[in-house]
Ligand binder design. Structure first.
Ligand code: NAP
Ligand code: HSE
Length: 458
């Protein structure tokens, strides 16, 4: 079963009977660090009212104080000395967003030795030094949280540790590297070269500082190894893991996949045979049948299917890399850690949090029928007589509802025909007015069948 070593117990250095402000320090102000700072600042008052404490964004450590940053931060909040962040007695939560395994290890262990909470996005560090890190957690009573280390904004760690805790997984299969998936998608769908697609992933902040970690499969191996440990309690040794990257993939491979009903994906596959007592971990490019949900996970998105003995197969998909998605996971961990420190009820369920939500809810109204908009599909059974369709279209035109597509089916000798059509986006109120008039037409022989055409945008 999943080791629960990332325990949410109270670090011994905080007395929550007197502390009502939680200090947050950040190591690294790059893609992820800036995302965390930006979204914590924007959501600060909402998070404070949920948690019942004040949040104090203390400082961020960087290498180069002169570097231009995309996110606004006062010069006084930046430091070149990470220890200034870690050793600040007012910093309770340290976010390690530097990357790498040398300095990051040293700083993480220092923060943990002080009993602090460390929130990390660093899969390489966890994979290579997990046992040492959790030994420090146990020794000093701090916490180490790592939701952001696997699959960007997808709460996969939480899903395994909490939501799916009743399950034993014989298969975990996923697309765990956003850079590889972005490259394969751009090569396959847009004909970009490997080099251009990689450059794009770097510009968008998806790739590691050393992108060979992405394209050679090492980053996905780090993540697969974390998932395997979480699900099965065992770190997969590098020597016993099949690790292949995507450098060898060319247009002919992508073309074969497309012709024969596959998508080319970089997969992480963790299998467990409970009877025989073995586990395998592998990361490699693979042909995935188009019918599999993972075949449709494209671009920077990641997707993970967990096959559990209780829940069956559950798939989570979402953005797997980038500052915003990763910040979402880091902030989730920060909030969990603070809730544990303060003894707050599970997220969003304390009576204060519910009261705050309800207060915000009082200012909220339910949308009016004019504001609910979508394209519609309609099936009409019509009398087979000249001029009938015109009568129908006149109603659409009267209510300014534009028709996008029409198909007419004739049923010889039955005296009736079927018309199916779709509209451009229109409000529920207008569509309802159209429907009311259609029902009154003697030439409409049956109750019209109306379906909404779903679009995430409307
Ligand atoms: P990044 O853009 O390269 O940022 C790294 C930051 O760390 C920079 O601000 C850098 O300072 C700072 N830094 C490096 N060494 C330092 C040192 N010794 N002392 C103080 N500051 C130091 O990297 P990132 O993409 O944000 O990634 C950070 C971590 O998150 C990595 O572990 C990565 O694997 C993980 N992650 C990244 C993503 C993503 O989509 N990018 C997603 C999930 C997880 P300067 O800015 O002054 O150079
Ligand atoms: N470089 C990583 C990726 C960042 O592309 O998936 C997210 O862990």
């Amino acid at each position: 079963m999943a080791p629960r070593t990332a325990s949410l117990k109270k670090p011994n250095f905080i007395d929550m009977t007197t502390t009502r402000t939680i200090g947050i320090g950040i190591l690294g102000f790059g893609t992820v660090g800036q995302g965390v700072w930006k979204h914590l600042t924007e959501k600060q008052s909402d998070l404070e009212s949920r948690l019942g404490v004040k949040l104090d964004l203390r400082k961020a450590a960087v290498r180069d104080l002169k570097k231009k940053r995309g996110v606004k931060i006062a010069a006084s909040k930046l430091t070149k000395n990470p220890l200034e962040v870690i050793e600040d007695p007012k910093v309770h939560v340290v976010c390690e967003l530097i990357g790498g395994t040398t300095k990051a290890r040293e700083l993480t262990l220092r923060a943990l030795s002080l009993g602090k909470v460390v929130v990390s996005a660093n899969k390489a560090l966890l994979c290579e030094h997990g046992p040492e890190i959790f030994a420090a957690v146990r020794k000093h009573g701090g916490q180490f949280l790592f939701e952001a280390s696997v699959a960007g904004g997808i709460p996969i760690i939480k899903a395994i540790r909490e939501g799916l805790v009743a399950n034993r997984f014989d298969l975990i299969v996923g697309i765990l590297n956003g850079t590889c998936n972005h490259i394969l998608t751009r090569m396959g769908e847009d004909g970009l070269s490997f080099e251009d697609a990689l450059k794009e992933a770097q510009t968008l902040g998806y790739a590691e500082a050393d992108p060979t970690l992405d394209v050679d499969g090492i980053d996905a191996w780090h993540k697969a190894s974390i998932l395997a440990w979480l699900a099965h309690g065992k770190w997969a040794p590098a020597a016993r893991t099949l690790v292949e990257g995507i450098r060898k993939i060319g247009p002919a491979d992508i073309d074969f996949a497309r012709r024969f009903g596959f998508a080319l994906k970089h997969l992480a596959v963790i299998r467990r045979d409970f009877k025989a007592g073995w586990m395998t971990v592998g990361v490699y490019p693979a042909l995935v049948p188009n019918r599999d949900i993972l075949a449709r996970v494209s671009g920077v998105n990641n997707g993970i299917t967990l096959r559990g003995d209780v829940a069956g197969a559950t798939t989570l998909t979402g953005r797997g890399a980038g500052g915003d998605a990763t910040a979402s996971a880091v902030i989730g961990d920060i909030v969990d850690a603070i809730a544990a420190l303060t003894g707050a009820a599970p997220q969003g369920l304390s009576s204060e949090a519910l009261a705050t939500r309800e207060k915000a809810g009082r200012a909220l109204r339910m949308a009016d029928l004019d504001e609910i908009v979508s394209p519609f599909y309609l099936r009409l059974s019509l009398l087979d007589k000249a001029g009938v369709s015109e009568g129908v279209y006149r109603i659409f035109s009267k209510h300014k509802v534009s028709i996008a597509r029409v198909i007419q089916y004739e049923h010889p000798n039955q005296g009736r025909g079927t018309v199916t059509l779709s509209t451009y986006p229109v409000s529920e109120r207008k569509m309802s007015a159209v429907l009311t008039e259609l029902r009154r037409l003697k030439t409409v022989l049956e109750e019209p069948v109306i379906l909404r055409i779903f679009s995430p945008e409307s």
